[in-house]
Every structure is written in structure tokens, then in C-alpha cells.
Design a protein around this ligand. Structure first.
Ligand code: ADP
Ligand code: ZN
Length: 346
């Protein structure tokens, strides 16, 4: 088991990679605990949940909305949870986002911890304290940054994950490797078959590599005023693709990374061979699809996602495997590159 600590001025957050999830029992207060989960996770693991009230939401991104937060908050109130309460979220990114947000606002904030049950949540979503719900079609419009006290990442729970969800998580793992950890990238390159077999020991290594890098970045820049922005590699185009096609997050981000990598190559920040290694790795895990989004639509989607009408955005480029940079560029440039990329594919 590996423990990675995030120390911010306000809180100390522990991420436990390779820990058996059932040991969460020993990390909870004796009373005032409630568990938030979704119906799939409850069906698979509910029998072994610690003995506290369980509130379950419908699986999927659709549950990330204010009405769900409101109805859960009413349930907490009815259960008698007060300011000394503790919220335990057991689930993937959606459940951790909902749970983290609810814990942040319920009675102006109660304690919380996560058991992350998807690869996406383990490598990415539940490190860093971002939580939130969607507003209409716009992702994560309402939310805040607040670290849970602990996050348990048990790779053994990933055996039950549908293939599509597993691969989606792999994409974020590859993202971390591309922007910050060359060794991690090579470990993924060398272990294609073992990764697809979901070998828990190997997964623990990969997950802790990813969490370590993310923890460093978040510790340095919790509120995303600078360095933390590099974590958005692949997400400018990725979010647009996700809004338009509703494919799992990681698949959209994979195509976003392909675009960002090609863009970096065009700008001269990365060589042809490294560019090939990145797109080849994404391809080997069957993460790339041509979504055929028309150029003008892509422009509108990016604008909506950036939640602004301004002309410049912070775009993340790769400067070779393991190194990334954030540069302010004009939105039209981002849209024009997309056009060129699409024309080449035709
Ligand atoms: P993500 O973590 O990818 O953001 P979700 O929280 O929506 O997304 O989880 C993706 C899907 O996987 C959901 O349908 C959820 O119920 C299901 N799920 C979560 N954890 C597991 C697991 N360990 N085994 C099987 N299915 C799971
Ligand atoms: Zn992401």
C-alpha cells in the first residue's frame, strides 16, 4: 500500500493506493456517518459496506445536478446528520463529485472521504478536491475545491468495471504520463497486455504514479492559478467532443490529446517520433475515434465550455513525453487548427 499526502494550508488529505477498500471501516467516526453511492456500486459491493445509512443515486452523469444534491441533503437532514457528520462517497467520479459537493455545502461543510471505484476516479477525479455538478449541458458549472480527508484506491475493485469505463480511465492515466512522467509513459507502453488484464499489482504502481504527480501539482497550485492548468491537457477539444457526443470522458480526452499533440507538432514543440509514440499508445488501447464534429460547431462548443466569450484561452501543449506547457493563445487559432486537422483526415 502506498500513501500519498496532499498538504494544503487548510487540510491534510491522504490517498491510499493499493489499500483494501473494506479497511475504510477503521477510518470512520463511530456515529453520524452516511454513505453516498450509486445503484451499480451498491448492487456489487453494498453487502460489505460499513453499517451506516446508504443513499444511492442513479448511475451516470445525469445524476450530477442540483436537484439530486437537494434531495440527498434532505435525506441527510431527515437522518439527523449535523455539523459533526461524516459523508463517505463510494463510487466513481460521479459519486465522488456529488458527495464532495454535498459535503462542502451541507451545513456549510461536513467531513468527508472517498472510496474510488473506477479507474478514472482513482487516477484522476478524486485527487485534487475538485467537485461539482453540471448546469444544463455545461459540465461542472457549480462546485468548489475541497480536499476529502482520505481517498482509498483499491485496484481490486476494477475487475468489475465495464471495459469502456476501464479504458476511459486509462486515457487519463496516459494523460498524466504525457504531461509529467516519462517513466510512467514507458511503463504503460511496455505493459499493454498486463494492463488489459487489470493486474492489481501493476495497476497499483500505475495509479500511484499518476496520483503522485497530480498531488505534487495540486499541492503547488490548489486553486488552479498556474501550474495546475497542465492537467487540462487534451481537455479543450476533449470537453467539446464530450458535450457533443456523450462518449465516456476518457475517450473524448484521448481524441483531445491527439489533437493537442498534433497541434504541438505543428508548432514545433514536439518531434515526429514522440508525437507518433503518443498517438500510437492511444490507438493501441482503442481510445481514438473520428467523431466528425463540424468545424463551426467545434468552435461554439469550445466557447461554451470555457464559460467565457473572451478571445484568449490557456491551451496545454506537449513538449515531448513527460513535459507540458501552458500558453495563452487566441481561440480562433484553436478552431483553425481543428479545421486543418479535419481537412487532413478527409
Ligand atoms: P467516472 O468515474 O468514469 O467519472 P461514474 O462514476 O459514472 O464515472 O462510473 C462509471 C460507471 O461505472 C457507472 O455506471 C458506475 O455505476 C459504474 N461503476 C463504478 N464503479 C464500478 C465498479 N467498481 N464496478 C463496476 N461498475 C462500476
Ligand atoms: Zn479529465
Amino acid at each position: 500500500m502506498e500513501k500519498i499526502v496532499i498538504n494544503t494550508p487548510v487540510v491534510r488529505s491522504e490517498i491510499l493506493v493499493g489499500e483494501n477498500w473494506e479497511s475504510v471501516r477503521g477510518m470512520l467516526p463511530q456515529r453520524g456517518v452516511v454513505i453516498i453511492t450509486d445503484d451499480n456500486v451498491r448492487r456489487l459491493y453494498g453487502e460489505n459496506f460499513p453499517a451506516f445509512p446508504v443513499f444511492s443515486v442513479l448511475p451516470g452523469e445525469d445524476s450530477k445536478k442540483l436537484t439530486v444534491i437537494e434531495s440527498l441533503a434532505e435525506k441527510l437532514l431527515d437522518t439527523g446528520v449535523d455539523r459533526t457528520g461524516f459523508l463517505l462517497a463510494i463510487g466513481g467520479g460521479v459519486v465522488c463529485d456529488i458527495g464532495g459537493f454535498l459535503a462542502s455545502v451541507y451545513m456549510r461543510g461536513i467531513r468527508c472521504g472517498y472510496v474510488s471505484t473506477t479507474l478514472l476516479a482513482q487516477v484522476d477525479a478524486s485527487t485534487g478536491g475538485k467537485n461539482g455538478v453540471n448546469l444544463g449541458g455545461t459540465k461542472n458549472m457549480l462546485g468548489c475545491i475541497r480536499q476529502p480527508e482520505f481517498v482509498i484506491c483499491d485496484p481490486g475493485m476494477l475487475f468489475t468495471l465495464p471495459d469502456k469505463e476501464y479504458l476511459s480511465g486509462l486515457s487519463e492515466l496516459i494523460k498524466t504520463a504525457v504531461i509529467g512522467d516519462r517513466d510512467l509513459f514507458e511503463l504503460i507502453e511496455r505493459n499493454h497486455t498486463e494492463i488489459l488484464k487489470r493486474d492489481p499489482e501493476l495497476l497499483a504502481k500505475l495509479i500511484s504514479g499518476s496520483v503522485k504527480f497530480k498531488a505534487e501539482v495540486v499541492t503547488a497550485d490548489e486553486l488552479e492559478t498556474g501550474l495546475r492548468r497542465i492537467l487540462n491537457f487534451g481537455h479543450t477539444y476533449g470537453h467539446a467532443i464530450e458535450m457533443q457526443t456523450s462518449v465516456p470522458h476518457g475517450f473524448a480526452v484521448a481524441s483531445g490529446m491527439e489533437l493537442a499533440t498534433e497541434f504541438s507538432y505543428e508548432k514545433g514543440y514536439i518531434g515526429a517520433q514522440e508525437k507518433y509514440r503518443i498517438t500510437d499508445l492511444l490507438n493501441r488501447f482503442t481510445l481514438l475515434t473520428d467523431y466528425k464534429i463540424p468545424d463551426d460547431q467545434m468552435g461554439q462548443l469550445i466557447l461554451r465550455d470555457k464559460k467565457k466569450s473572451g478571445t484568449d484561452i490557456n491551451f496545454v501543449f506537449t513538449e515531448g513525453i513527460g513535459k507540458a506547457s501552458v500558453r495563452k493563445i487566441n481561440l480562433n487559432e484553436v478552431i483553425d487548427f481543428y479545421k486543418r486537422f479535419r481537412d487532413k483526415k478527409k
